[in-house]
Structure formats: C-alpha cells, structure tokens
Design a binder for this molecule. Structure first.
Ligand SMILES: Cc1cc2nc3c(=O)[nH]c(=O)nc-3n(C[C@H](O)[C@H](O)[C@H](O)COP(=O)(O)O)c2cc1C
Length: 343
C-alpha cells in the first residue's frame, strides 16, 4: 500500500531505514544524510508492507510548473515486486492533481554502473525521456543524466495534427513495445472505409530476421534503422457498382496510424511512391510476407523513436518543422471560391 507521509520525523525515519539498507546506491554518507534531512520538507510517499515502510519516493518542487523526483528507494528484498512503479504512479497522480506540468529526475548516466543502468531502465519504463547529460554536475566518474516527462493530459488532436511531419532520419535501436504497435494498428483499422468494405489490411513486422529480409529489398534504403515496419495491404474490390474506394480507404488508415505514431512519441513516413514504383518493391515485400495475390502491398510505414543525435541533425531539423505548406488563404476558403484567385 502507498501512503503519503506528513510527519517530518516519520519521513526521516523511513528515509534512513531504506537508504541505509541500499549501500550500492546511497553508500556516500554525506549525500545519504542530505536526502534524509531534506526529505522532511518534500512530498513523501511510502510503500508500506504490514507495519513496515519498505520503500519511499520524494517529490521536490523545482519551478512553478516542474517537480523533481528527488529521491526514491525500495529495499533490495522487495525489488521486482512492482513497488517502485506503484510509488511512482501514486506520486505522479499527486503531481498531476497539484497542477505540475513536468517531472524531472537525475541519475548517473547509462553505461557506467550496472545498478544505475537498472535505475535508468526503470525511469524509462515509467515514461521518462532523456533531456540532457551534464558530465560534471556531480563528478567525472558520475555523469548526470536528467530525464523529464510531461504530466499534461494527452495533446489535443489539432496540436497533434500540426506536429505530424514525415520523418526520414535515423531511428534508435529501441524496440517499439508490442502494445504500442497494437494501438497504432487499431487506430488504422478504426478509419472509415467506403461502404464499410474495410479493404485495408495491415502486417506489422518487428521480428529482426524478417525485418532484415524486408529492408534488403528496399533499394535505395529508407527506414533502414527502424525497429518496426507496418505494411499496408489493399484489396481493390468494388464498394458498389463499379466504384472502388480502396485508395481512399487505405489513405484514411495510414493517416490514422501516422497520428497515433506521433501521439505515442514515435516517428514515421508514408512510403508509397517508393514501394509502388516501376521496380515494384512492394511486391517483393509481399512475397517475403507470403501475402496472397488478391492483396496489393501499397505502403510501408517505419516506426521507431527518432535518433536526433550525432550526424543526423538534418533529419531532426526537418521533423521539427516539416516542409513548407502553401498559406491557408491559398488553399481554403469560407462560403465559396474566391473571385479572381490563381494559385
Ligand atoms: C500517397 C503518398 C505517397 C508518399 N510516398 C512517399 C515516398 O515514397 N517517399 C517519401 O519519402 N515520402 C513519401 N510521402 C510523404 C510525402 O512526401 C510528405 O507527406 C509530403 O512531402 C509532406 O510532408 P509532411 O508529411 O511532413 O507534411 C508520400 C505521401 C503520400 C500521401
């Protein structure tokens, strides 16, 4: 059970009990005593088992919109019981309710100590994103990684739409969790279709061996670093009489998926021209995936976390702004076509 602790003396007692048991993380007496002392004035959440507090987490205000996860610890024998996550969820719910918009947390950067690597992975698993590494904030042996996450409700749909851009840069190697891929596919399948014929089908590929085979036929390569690829299939059947709406159907599906991809913090690009051109890359991919003949593979969408680092700054700049669009008044009007208009 998670309890919010108010009494400063009880806070200090729990903090001491837990931190002194975690020598691998809090072995430096000076910093351990700092956390014990300061925790008395921070928002304090304890994980209580029976009579005993076996873990705790503190939030500290660092700005009028930002709160810091200042310290947390769970006794080692209670690791992998989900208590860290429970503590975090309780603290986050409190921070949202208190009106904070961002939460930050600092830890030793990934790749230096195994124990801290686990801490990094925990923070990432509860939604933190890398903000910046400060190599000398603590000392050379302990570069400080700052993570951040937004506490605001989901972005509004118009805001999301305006922030979707085709991403053609590199992707991080991190796998996209299957539940996120499923959400993206479901968003696609929820799209409208002419006469509800549902002519679009989807194959998501995240198996490394299969991905490698598919990427090998995409020449010139696109999305070659993406950890997942969604292949869009269509059946060009008539919706009624001789009317086929297959193109409209899969276009709606693709846009829904692109928006879901953006909403979940990933990037993508609608690759249709590339795979349906004279060299028929789509047909080669369909063959690898054993797609029956009545389906046509018309588009691939790479999915992954964008890698804005290193030499790929061009891709980063592009995705943040997107290509120029014509001004509103050249493409949209109220109550009729404007007289004398030419594009
Ligand atoms: C039907 C269709 C086919 C596309 N095919 C490709 C393609 O083969 N390669 C590519 O890089 N982008 C492709 N795109 C992405 C467009 O180039 C992109 O949407 C356009 O430049 C506008 O940029 P934005 O998506 O950032 O707004 C395609 C888009 C659509 C709608």
């Amino acid at each position: 059970m998670i309890q919010k602790i108010i009494d400063p003396a009880r806070k200090a007692q729990i903090a001491r009990d837990v931190l002194e048991a975690l020598q691998d993380w809090f072995g430096v007496e000076e910093s351990r005593e700092y956390y014990i002392r300061e925790s008395q004035s921070w928002d304090f959440f304890a994980a209580v088992e029976g009579e005993d507090a076996v873990g705790f987490l503190c939030l500290k205000e660092t700005g009028n919109a930002t709160v810091e996860l200042a310290v947390m610890g769970v006794k080692q024998e209670y690791h992998r019981h989900g208590l860290g996550r429970e503590l975090f969820e309780a603290a986050k719910a409190f921070a949202v309710a208190a009106g904070y918009e961002f939460m930050q947390v600092k830890t030793v950067a990934m790749g230096f100590y195994e124990d801290y690597d686990r801490t990094n992975r925990f923070y990432q698993s509860v939604g933190f994103k890398e903000l910046e590494i400060f190599p000398l904030l603590w000392d050379e042996a302990n570069p400080c990684q700052i993570y951040i996450q937004s506490l605001k409700e989901d972005r509004s749909l118009p805001d999301l739409i305006m922030n979707r851009h085709s991403y053609r840069g590199k992707y991080k190697t991190d796998k996209v969790p299957e539940e996120d891929l499923k959400k993206i596919l479901e968003a696609g399948l929820a799209a409208p279709s002419g006469c509800n014929k549902q002519t679009t089908s989807l194959i998501c590929v995240d198996d490394e061996e299969l991905l490698t085979k598919i990427k090998a036929v995409i020449d010139p390569p696109v999305g070659e670093t993406a950890p997942a690829m969604i292949c869009v299939l269509t059946r060009r059947i008539f919706a009624y009489r001789d009317k086929c709406f297959a193109t409209q159907d899969y276009s709606a599906t693709i846009e829904n998926m692109l928006l879901a991809i953006t909403a979940l913090g990933y990037q993508s690009c609608w690759y249709e021209g590339h795979v349906t051109d004279d060299d028929r890359i789509g047909d080669q991919i369909a063959k690898i995936l054993k797609v029956p003949e009545e389906y046509e593979l018309v588009c691939v969408l790479p999915v992954g976390i964008p890698d804005f680092g290193g030499e790929d700054r061009e891709g980063a700049a592009k995705v943040l702004t997107g290509p120029k669009k014509l001004p509103f008044e050249k493409r949209a009007w109220f109550n009729g076509f404007p007289t004398g208009f030419s594009i």
